[in-house]
Design a binder for this molecule. Structure first.
Ligand code: ZN
Length: 270
């Protein structure tokens, strides 16, 4: 494993436009509950899962009922979102922020709806599945901080007059086009993709690595590295070049240490 850490550090140090993709694995190490694990939110409360599947349609049909459901029911989205906003970054989040500060990582695209990357200091974060801190207008695409609204009068309204929903992308809901386009642009532009804590099975997010890989080898080629607890479809299908198997909170800080050594050696030679 140590060789792979060195290899990843060398690849990162040699890259011109590295991007990071993160998934649930990065957040569960901070104690964010998952949905389907043994103590998952839906495992312990099947009714909440049934509600979650109907949430997007509920919003479209009756925004006020959507908001009442979100705010009233313990175990529903809003309760979960409030808990999520309390969670602190782990060493994996800090390592990613550090790589951005070093000028190596240009963009972090996350499936996670928590704002932990930002708390760790990462500046350029794309929330592919939305963010718990925000509300979004489906009509004009505007986003607002959830704290800007008292949520006493429901539903909260956008400046354009249409009802706002949580920015979080629910089941059946399309990915917001601005995020989808920006993420695809990054996948086509990057020369290194570091994939952390995601089994990459949820589409269309899972298509980003394949999209990058399809650019082939040579000058436009992309290096794709996985840091995951277990092999994923990306590993099995040969979309990633290699997998560093383990916890992101343990592996990423080691990679950053090695990157630091390489950069200081480079400085000495210049
Ligand atoms: Zn609007």
């Amino acid at each position: 494993m140590h060789n792979l850490i060195k290899r990843a550090a060398a690849d990162l140090a040699a890259s011109n436009h590295a991007i990071v993709l993160t998934g649930a694995g990065v957040s569960t190490e901070s104690g964010v509950a998952d949905f389907r694990g043994p103590k998952g939110i839906w495992t312990t409360n099947p009714q909440a899962e049934a509600q979650a599947y109907q949430r997007y349609e509920r919003f479209l049909n009756d925004p006020k009922a959507y908001w009442e459901e979100m705010l009233d029911t313990v175990g529903s989205g809003s309760y979960f979102y409030r808990q999520m906003r309390e969670v602190a970054p782990n060493p994996g989040h800090h390592a990613i922020a550090h790589l951005e500060q070093l000028g190596i990582v240009k963009c972090t695209i996350t499936q996670n709806v928590d704002g932990i990357h930002e708390k760790a200091g990462t500046r350029n974060v794309m929330h592919y599945h939305g963010a718990v801190e925000k509300l979004r207008c489906l009509s004009c695409g505007s986003r607002f901080g959830v704290d800007e609204y008292s949520l006493e009068k429901l539903p909260p309204l956008c400046r354009c007059g249409r009802p706002l929903k949580y920015d979080v992308v629910h089941f059946q809901e399309p990915i917001p086009t601005d995020i989808m386009d920006a993420a695809e642009e990054e996948a086509m532009k990057c020369d290194l993709m570091l994939i952390c804590g995601t089994s990459a099975v949820v589409y269309p997010f899972a298509a980003l690595p394949a999209m990058a890989r399809s650019r082939g080898r040579g000058a436009s080629g992309v290096k794709i590295i996985e840091v995951n607890a277990d092999p994923t479809p990306l590993t099995h299908q040969g979309i990633s070049h290699y997998l560093i198997q383990g916890k992101t909170g343990e592996i990423l800080p080691l990679v950053v240490d090695e990157v630091g050594k390489l950069l200081s050696q480079r400085d000495k030679h210049e």
